[in-house]
Design a protein around this ligand. Structure first.
Ligand SMILES: *[C@@H]1O[C@H](CO)[C@@H](O)[C@H](O)[C@H]1NC(C)=O
Ligand SMILES: *[C@@H]1O[C@H](CO)[C@@H](O)[C@H](O)[C@H]1NC(C)=O
Ligand SMILES: *[C@@H]1O[C@H](CO)[C@@H](O)[C@H](O)[C@H]1NC(C)=O
Ligand SMILES: *[C@@H]1O[C@H](CO)[C@@H](O)[C@H](O)[C@H]1NC(C)=O
Ligand SMILES: *[C@@H]1O[C@H](CO)[C@@H](O)[C@H](O)[C@H]1NC(C)=O
Ligand SMILES: *[C@@H]1O[C@H](CO)[C@@H](O)[C@H](O)[C@H]1NC(C)=O
Ligand SMILES: *[C@@H]1O[C@H](CO)[C@@H](O)[C@H](O)[C@H]1NC(C)=O
Ligand SMILES: *[C@@H]1O[C@H](CO)[C@@H](O)[C@H](O)[C@H]1NC(C)=O
Length: 912
């Protein structure tokens, strides 16, 4: 059963609603927010005095707490009873949906009302977007403080922020936005802060909505020196300003009809630049012999033309330029003209101070995108409110922006969401941060693939996606960007080329492109020469059609010079090289293209410096000379183009670091002096150690397996770990170098000894590896691919196992692989193993290694394993060696290889 009261209430609300429903459409575009109103508590509701629909603020802000003013004060306007206060964070912002370019009246009211029982009135600042608007200081403001501004939002969302400036807590009671017609309140200098809005009347009614369709608040003003005149008739207010009819029905004239109409006394003006709006409407029906005509004077100067208000029709006089009042003193006088029979009249006056908002908002697309990212990952950070970039003191954390040029909108240039617990795929909205230079999403739980759009973000210089659960390969476009200088950190598995390493593989996080040691530049130059010649003879160049090249091609484009800058850090002068090597004091040996010297860099770091011999640098020199005169023939123009490519390549080389690749520390490229500086490998090469040339003790079986693993890892990296993948071309025991801890590293990639400079015939400089190590398939196909490296690696492995020379004319079988097969066929197992090991190895691991070596050295590339499989097999080999060894020791058994082997025949490789 409904109580009679209940029914009454329902009936009341129903009529109320009907009355105000018609007004609802007038409220179109109004935003009326009752701050701190719990959303469940009758929101929206109709404010009884105005009939405006107010709603809770919960849709516009995520932060802050809800409060209610002291019960003794709750008889005030309903919207001021609840409030929201902000104990956390410095800046808290309301986010409102507005129409870009529309002029809005924004009104904020804060009524403290001792909501927290502390009786400490707050003081804080209000910001519109990134710009300071006004300070709210509620001391002695029992009925609160209301501020109004007329502002044109520059985007479709508006941030209204409360900023803590001291110890007190910012708070807000209500927030109102009213769209205004765009042709009124237009100033040259931006926004208008309301100072006063009066209508001259003896009544004491405050007028606002619905009397004012734009919900301006008009306060009554009365002065004994004035005389109030009025009418009951409605004036025509359609001059744009839509001043309420009740304002136009009443006016003031000076009590002494012959005196000037001084208004100044009633007003104190702000010190700022001000804008005045004076509204006139004649309220008396003038007789034929009557006239009302007057001039407006501002500090004694005529303010506008002579005014003669029309009966029941609005005239508005406004300042076209701002005026100032020093010390708040200004004279506004209306003086009747000589033939006017009636004194001056004024209905209403509005005074605004001009507010200049200099700080531009962050680029709207950036804001849109970062908000999307925030929503997508549920990033509820206290600083992530309001404008992301500005003011700089409120910059969102984990972001950085370029806001140096104040005439441009700030742009987001850096986003670091490392270790932020991000889940799901990489947000597509990131691509809209078009000025982003660095993106760090590492150490999250991101899934899905590496998105291709990253490659289209042209400003990106660094991307870190490592330590996530991403799948798939790196998009080719992104790899291309990498070769143009983008730094990309991803988990190693993404760098795999083939399906051969779908399982988790740990490559070093910091991988770049490929390493080629040796005379990379020289090689590339020659490759380029070959390329150019081939292109010339085969087809018209697709890379750079000759017709499209203008004389003096721009070799030093920005791109290239940037790369050059990066390279410079590792570039050394010839005299520096001489100093490092103490004038070539200590040669270490001779390698392809020149002699290697010992050197010291930075006073302590030992290096090996390969000085390229004159004859080998000649080609390069010539090439460079031609490049400088870029305008010769089309062929050289094309070389100019390729020279940029070379710079990119060298730059890549300098960046690559893999523990099992000898790294390039620097280089020298000074006229005819060309040197390459490598890390120093104090233990020389593997071959010396196997042959005992080093004089040190014989390498143990464990150590040999470890060296094989190291070398295999280096090779695996070249084949699978880096893009574009790389073929070493010259894997052999002299190219496996050992550092002081016997860690093996590969040297001399992509280089072949038979590569000669100064040769007349470039066609004869075909790449070829070292005899004995060279893939037999190469003779058939003329092509060296990854599988050729696997073959050569198999030969190295045989050397490690047998310590036989690769080619030995005095042996039954000249080639080491043939010899091993021959020995296996004969069943002479013991004869295969290096006698220097003195049987100190586990037969199981030895056989596994031997089988692997024979598989790698299979004459058919299809039957060879890839390096990924080789690494796994070798690791298992070493593990079994270690565990078997400890078992052997535990059991103290002296089982002979033969015994062990016969139990394990399936591991014996079949001879091929
Ligand atoms: C801001 O308001 C817009 C429009 O109402 C909304 O799409 C966006 O998600 C809001 N952003 C935040 C941070 O609340
Ligand atoms: C009010 O005045 C305007 C021109 O100033 C006129 O177009 C309009 O018809 C008038 N309205 C009424 C109700 O007289
Ligand atoms: C009215 O103003 C005139 C001119 O300022 C002055 O001469 C006159 O005395 C004033 N009358 C009264 C009653 O104050
Ligand atoms: C008052 O006199 C001026 C010239 O002095 C004239 O332009 C104006 O029309 C007159 N005003 C009235 C209402 O007669
Ligand atoms: C910021 O942007 C300006 C203009 O776009 C540019 O000139 C300047 O180099 C940028 N600054 C930084 C630090 O990126
Ligand atoms: C991202 O932030 C982390 C932690 O503050 C820092 O270690 C890392 O270097 C940053 N990433 C970039 C690209 O600056
Ligand atoms: C990128 O911005 C454009 C323009 O603001 C928008 O239409 C598009 O939806 C945005 N893309 C994403 C993925 O957010
Ligand atoms: C990924 O999510 C799991 C649980 O879903 C969590 O234990 C782990 O810490 C998260 N990793 C990162 C890096 O956030």
């Amino acid at each position: 059963m409904e109580s009679p009261h209940g029914i009454l209430l329902v009936a009341f609300i129903a009529t109320f609603a009907v009355i105000h429903l018609s007004q609802a459409e007038d409220q179109e575009g109004f935003i009326s927010v009752d701050c701190g109103l719990p959303p469940s508590e009758a929101s929206p509701y109709i404010e009884p005095d105005t009939g405006l629909w107010f709603s809770s603020d919960s849709d516009f802000i995520q932060t802050g707490k809800i409060g209610k003013i002291d019960p003794s004060l709750r008889k005030t306007i309903k919207t001021y009873v609840t409030l929201r206060y902000f104990p956390d964070g410095i800046r808290n912002c309301y986010n409102l949906s507005v129409k870009q370019g529309t002029n809005y009246l924004i009104r904020v009211t804060a009524l403290y009302g001792n909501y927290d029982g502390l009786n400490i009135t707050p003081k804080f600042d209000l910001y519109v977007g990134p710009n300071f608007w006004v300070t709210i200081d509620l001391e002695n403001m029992i009925s609160g403080q209301t501020e109004e501004i007329i502002y044109i939002p520059r985007s479709n969302s508006l941030d209204l922020c409360l900023v803590k400036t001291g110890a007190t807590t910012p708070m807000i009671s209500s927030l109102e936005l009213r769209p205004l017609p765009n042709n009124i309140y237009i100033t040259e200098s931006g926004s208008l802060k309301r100072f006063k809005r009066y209508y001259l009347t003896s009544s004491n009614a405050i007028l606002s909505y619905p009397d004012d369709v734009n919900d301006r608040v008009w306060e009554p003003k009365f002065d004994p020196e004035w005389k109030h005149i009025s009418t009951t008739l409605e004036a025509n207010n359609s001059n744009g300003f839509l001043v309420p009819h009740d304002v136009l029905k009443t006016a003031a004239i000076p009590a002494n009809a012959t005196a000037r109409f001084k208004i100044t006394k009633e007003l104190d003006f702000p010190d700022d630049e001000i804008y005045l709006y004076l509204h006139f409407s004649e309220v008396q029906s003038l007789q034929i012999n009557e006239s009302r005509e007057f001039d407006i004077f501002w500090n004694g100067q005529p303010f506008d033309n002579t005014v003669s208000p029309k009966y029941l029709k609005t005239t508005t006089i406004k300042s076209t330029t701002p005026v100032t009042c020093k010390g708040g003193v200004c004279n506004l006088e209306l003086i009747r003209t000589t033939n006017s029979t009636l004194p001056p009249l004024l209905n209403a006056i509005e005074i605004y101070s001009s507010v200049k908002f200099h700080q531009l908002e962050t680029n709207e697309n950036d804001v849109f995108a970062i908000r999307k990212i925030k929503a997508r990952y549920g990033l509820n950070r206290i600083t992530w409110q309001g404008d992301p970039c500005v003011p700089q003191k409120f910059l969102w954390d984990s972001l950085n922006c370029n806001s140096t040029d104040t005439s441009r909108q700030p742009r987001i240039t850096y986003l670091n969401l490392t270790s932020s617990g991000l889940k799901g795929t990489i947000a597509a909205a990131i691509q809209n941060l078009t000025d982003l230079e660095k993106l760090d999403l590492s150490n999250n739980n991101l899934t899905g693939e590496i998105p291709g759009f990253l490659a289209n973000m042209n400003s990106l210089m660094l991307i870190n996606l490592s330590k996530n659960n991403l799948i798939g390969f790196i998009p080719q476009a992104l790899l291309d960007r990498e070769s143009e200088g983008l730094t990309l950190f991803v988990d190693g598995k993404h760098r795999c080329l083939s399906g051969s390493c779908v399982t988790e593989k740990k490559f070093p996080v910091k991988t770049a492109a490929f390493v080629s040691s040796a005379t990379v530049m020289v090689i590339i130059v020659v490759l380029v020469l070959i390329f150019v010649v081939k292109k010339k003879t085969s087809s018209n160049s697709e890379v750079l059609p000759p017709s499209s090249i203008k004389p003096s091609v721009n070799v030093t484009s920005n791109n290239i010079s940037e790369i050059s800058i990066k390279m410079k850090r590792k570039k050394f002068t010839h005299s520096e090289v001489m100093e490092m090597t103490k004038d070539l004091e200590r040669p270490l040996g001779e390698g392809g293209f020149g002699i290697v010297y010992h050197g010291v860099i930075n006073g302590s770091q030992q290096v090996a410096i390969k000085i390229l011999s004159q004859s080998s640098t000649q080609g390069y020199k010539e090439f460079k000379a031609e490049v400088r005169n870029c305008s010769y023939s089309n062929m050289f123009k094309q070389m100019c183009f390729m020279y940029s490519f070379i710079l990119v390549q060298v730059e890549l080389l300098l960046r690559v670091h893999h523990i099992n690749l000898v790294s390039l520390v620097g280089y020298c490229d000074e006229r005819e002096h060309l040197a390459l500086i490598y890390e120093y490998m104090s233990n020389g090469d593997l071959k010396d150690h196997l042959s005992g040339k080093h004089g040190s003790s014989v390498l143990k079986w464990n150590t040999r397996l470890q060296i094989a693993i190291d070398a295999a890892l280096g090779l695996e990296y070249l084949h699978i770990g880096c893009r574009p993948s790389m073929v070493h071309r010259d894997v052999k025991s002299t190219n496996i170098l050992l550092d002081e801890g016997f860690t093996a590293k590969l040297a001399d990639f992509g280089l072949s000894r038979s590569f000669q400079f100064g040769d007349e015939d470039h066609a004869s400089t075909a790449v070829a590896g070292t005899p004995g190590y060279l893939d037999p398939e190469y003779y058939r196909t003329g092509r060296l691919a990854e599988m050729s490296d696997v073959y050569s690696f198999g030969i190295v492995l045989l050397e490690i196992i047998t310590n036989q020379r690769v080619l030995d004319q005095t042996r039954e079988k000249i080639h080491i692989a043939e010899w091993t097969a021959f020995m296996l066929n004969r069943g002479d197992i013991n004869g295969i193993m290096d006698p220097n090991l003195h049987g100190d190895y586990n037969s199981h691991s030895a056989w596994r290694a031997l089988e692997l070596a024979m598989l790698c050295a299979n004459s058919s590339s299809e039957k060879r394993p890839n390096m990924f499989q080789v690494v796994i097999e070798l690791k298992e080999c070493l593990a079994s060696e270690i565990s078997m060894k400890s078992n052997d020791q535990d059991m103290d058994s002296q089982s002979s290889p033969e015994v062990s082997m016969s139990c394990d025949t399936k591991d014996v490789p079949s001879a091929r």
